[in-house]
Design a protein around this ligand. Sequence first.
Ligand code: ADP
Ligand code: ZN
Length: 732
Amino acid sequence: MVILDVIIEYAASSLNRPFSYAYFGKEKIVPGVRVLVPFGNKKIIGYVESIKEVDLSLKDYISETGINVKEIFSLIDYEPILNDELMQLANDISSYYFASKISVYQTMLPPSLKPKLSSLTKPKIAYDVYVQVIDEDISDLTAKQKELYQRIKEYGLVLKKDLKTTLLPKLEEKNKIRYIYKEKTRLIQEEVKKVIDPSLNEEQLKALNEIVNGEDTIYLLEGVTGSGKTEVYLQAAKKVLEEKKTVLMLVPEISLSIQMVRRFKSRFDNIAILHSDLTSAEKYDEYRRINKGEVNIVVGARSAIFAPLKNIGLIIIDEEHVETYKQEVSPYYDARKVALFRQKYNPSCKIIFGSATPSLETKIRALKGLYRQLYLTKRFNDVSLPETEIIDMLDYHNIDKESVIFSLQLRHEIQDRLNKKEQIMLLVNRRGFAPHVSCRKCGAALICPECNLPYSYHSSDNLLKCHHCDRVSFIPSTCPKCGGVQFSKVGFGTEKVELEIARLFPTARVLRLDSDVASIRSATGKVIKSFENQEADILVGTQIIAKGHDFQNVTLVGIVLADLGLNIPSFRAAERTFCLLTQAIGRAGRSTKVGKAIIQTYMPKNYVIYDASIQDYNRFFNEEMLNRKLGQYPPYTYCTILTLSSKNEKDVIDSSIKIKYFLETKFANKKVDIIGPSSPFLMKVNNKYRRKILLKYKQYNDIYHEISELIQYINKDNKVEVSVNVDPSVDY
Ligand code: ADP
Ligand code: ZN
């Protein structure tokens, strides 16, 4: 008999340990395959971690060990679903982020391969069926069959479905033909015309040379928007491919991967694409193509960092500062960190972090010499950075009664660009129509009952939506507080701005891109392409439109309200806003025409807005580092957030106090700050009450054992759930 140590598909931390199952089958089992097992009275999927032969009967084994071992139902895979590197990588991630192994596997694998019951109904390999002739002697065929036989023979290999005949079974029966199954990939990749590598300018050449020939292994390529970083990536990739190694190219989100894929395709073949806008079938096919070594370049968003590429020579993380590289749900991994883990298994692998506005953490590492700093200081071909103008929206000279959203200046500039047939981008970092709906009689806002936070109003489907738990609701006929029957929609989001443009500039063609639009499959690509082809004059959108895009005909960027991100209670609020504004401004005037950016704000003197308006990263960096030092936030410290949650408010409060005490005892002799328990910004989500405890420390080793113990301690108690978020990108 064989005893299998199996981890099961449930991700609860209390189940994060192997369970033993017996196996009597004939097939050889290896670690890393999936099995169908009984658990309680359910049938679920398990992942085999290790295997041991035992010379006992099941009955004897049970009585000897006292463990009630059950037999597995069946074996699902014959080969491991993860290769050695990825299995070790899962270990590293699970350990560093205190995440259950199974949750890491679920994250790493495409839906069809996840160790999860639902994977069994997900797409399987698809085949194209071809027909080929075998026997030369056709004397025993009818005339019609002979005719078909000749036709197939002529082609050599024909797609079965192209033959449009019912005679094939007869030919097969008589052994005249055979079927050949070829795996097919379902993702239809767009054809892109090849271009030759342009020659690089001096700064680009220097950077490329350092990356290709330098001794260092991690590089920060800091280059202003439009300075030609992507061109450096492409040519570095070329060198790596020439050495028969592979390349992993990460971009922060789907909309950018579309443009990046196109640029890679203009130079290389054998590219796989991985991002969440693919269907399960497409993901599965792309995954298998990579696994079989059919491609040597992978372009994708965050989870593409798990691509099963072998022999990686280069990992590029473009727009390195963007927070989407950090997954803010379990297993809370950061692709930038995972890249460093992968480098350990691929010792000759180099990493490039690229950005116009590096995260403070990355920049400080470069300043300290841990990463090699490279600069591109000018826009390519000396195109100048856009001219910027800050508009104080509290100054009545700038507004008239025609519009409260657009200042006179912005309206004037929009009209000017429309006249010149140049394009305009308007950044509104809030989706929906209005962020609040309140009763006209008592003033109370309509709130989400699960989260206690205001609902946003969305006009496209005339619904209230909670941006924290995705709950939707109709506008009630009467106010739940006072019975009033009229409501006002307060403030504005992308939908309202779109409407405002239609009112002020009725002939302008407008497109909108925010996560509501992007939630429809392929919509992002369509909008980007259509704007690129100049089928619209104005693109309105959230941060999705700000990053990385290279639209040649955009000469005006309007930031409708620059302050939106500054009031978020997070130590990263200033940094995020600075990056967003700088990136957005950088979308203007990228080819020969000079660009302009209009920044509307209620805080014209705020340093973040000022620094962004003069595109001065260093000035911002120095000012913000002072704030971080004062508050003792990263990069001066490291943070981990513990979030406790339960449907029962008292349980959360009681547990949080107990946990604080537990941690205080554990950290008595260490320099770890324990802040809280406090109410997070989202006090209640999905009907669960929450408390948070923030830990600040100087080195990770100071917390590793203590948090591991804490998780054990909480599992025993089992009254609350705890999530551990190491190096969080948000702290509310
Ligand atoms: P970044 O990635 O830094 O924003 P890009 O690589 O997109 O910058 O470059 C900005 C523009 O300049 C693009 O249109 C790109 O094609 C062009 N460009 C960059 N480097 C070169 C080069 N060496 N020769 C010709 N065009 C270049
Ligand atoms: Zn909610």
